[in-house]
Design a protein around this ligand. Structure first.
Ligand SMILES: NC(=O)c1ccc[n+]([C@@H]2O[C@H](COP(=O)([O-])OP(=O)(O)OC[C@H]3O[C@@H](n4cnc5c(N)ncnc54)[C@H](OP(=O)(O)O)[C@@H]3O)[C@@H](O)[C@H]2O)c1
Length: 262
């Protein structure tokens, strides 16, 4: 199996993408520490993994708490002997669907600050152990909206900050044997619901017909005319975390089904 003997932390493992990635990593043989804010969202993921014969543990960690993130990474290494993979799949409080000229500053700067803070803290905690052990992979994910995506509010600037953080960190710690890279994906239908979209946009909740229309519109925006699936994103993350992707670092892999070329 491609992640055999690897110890992984999946931050945001109680969320839509985090859950799928945690399961995929475990299915590939990794020991998976499912980290997140809320235990009740982590417990079912751990159960599903262990029921399938994998290894997983739920750890409550607020990734905005610097000391807690450092403590957790240290505890993982003390318990497992190494930290080989760290992936951040945490929400940032993005607000989308409003023209920038009508937005308030907090809605634009909030996702930048939250996304940069949790990604910096989780990546730094992992990097400190990985540099010492001489190997490891740090992964992130954003929507690839840094280069001209309208109506995305703070998402574009937040994505740009993460793209740059990952590229520069990859440069700094590559010589120590640590890869730093990410995935761009956008609008995964299985993760969307009328409730989630209303929370993102502040607009009234869509009815079923409008929601179905939106999913169709998302399909139509792709080069393949088919939106990416959670399984495709999780499979890409599993590959990028594996030694088979050993020559890939300092980049973001475009898993948008061609929403934009890159
Ligand atoms: N879904 C998509 O189509 C899509 C596309 C492009 C990019 N993204 C990005 O991918 C990431 C994950 O998206 P998602 O749809 O999986 O989101 P989600 O379902 O809302 O899950 C996010 C997870 O992050 C956890 N979290 C939030 N703040 C945290 C903190 N301070 N410390 C630890 N954990 C925290 C949440 O924990 P709780 O269980 O406590 O809520 C939740 O489990 C987000 O950054 C999103 O912007 C998503």
């Amino acid at each position: 199996m491609s992640l055999e003997n690897k110890n992984a932390i999946v931050y945001g493992a109680g969320g839509s993408i985090g859950r799928e990635v945690a399961k995929a990593f475990a299915a590939a043989g990794a020991r998976v520490y499912c980290a997140g804010r809320t235990r009740k969202n982590l417990t079912p993921v751990v159960k599903e993994i262990t029921n399938a014969g994998g290894w997983a543990k739920a750890n409550v960690v607020n990734a905005l708490n610097e000391a807690a993130v450092e403590r957790h990474a240290k505890a993982v290494v003390a318990e497992s002997g190494s930290l080989d993979i760290s992936i951040n799949l945490i929400t940032r409080g993005d607000v989308q669907g409003t023209p920038l000229v009508d937005m308030i500053a907090d809605d634009v700067t909030g996702p930048v600050l939250t996304g940069l803070t949790t990604n910096f803290l989780t990546a730094r905690a992992a990097a400190r152990h990985m540099v010492e052990q001489g190997s490891g992979v740090i992964l992130g994910l954003n929507s690839g909206s840094a280069n001209g995506s309208p109506m995305m509010g703070g998402t574009g600037p937040a994505d740009a900050a993460l793209d740059t953080l990952f590229r520069n960190l990859a440069n700094e710690i590559g010589p120590a044997g640590v890869r730093v890279l990410g995935i761009w994906t956008a609008g995964l239908p299985e993760t969307l619901s009328p409730e989630k979209l209303a929370a993102f946009s502040g607009a009234p909740k869509m009815d079923d017909e409008a929601f179905a229309g939106l999913l169709q519109h998302l399909d139509g925006m792709r080069m393949t005319k088919k939106s990416p699936t959670l399984a495709e994103v999780a499979a890409t993350a599993t590959f990028l975390a594996s030694d088979r992707a050993g020559a890939i670092t300092g980049t973001f892999v475009n898993v948008t089904s061609g929403t934009f070329p890159s």
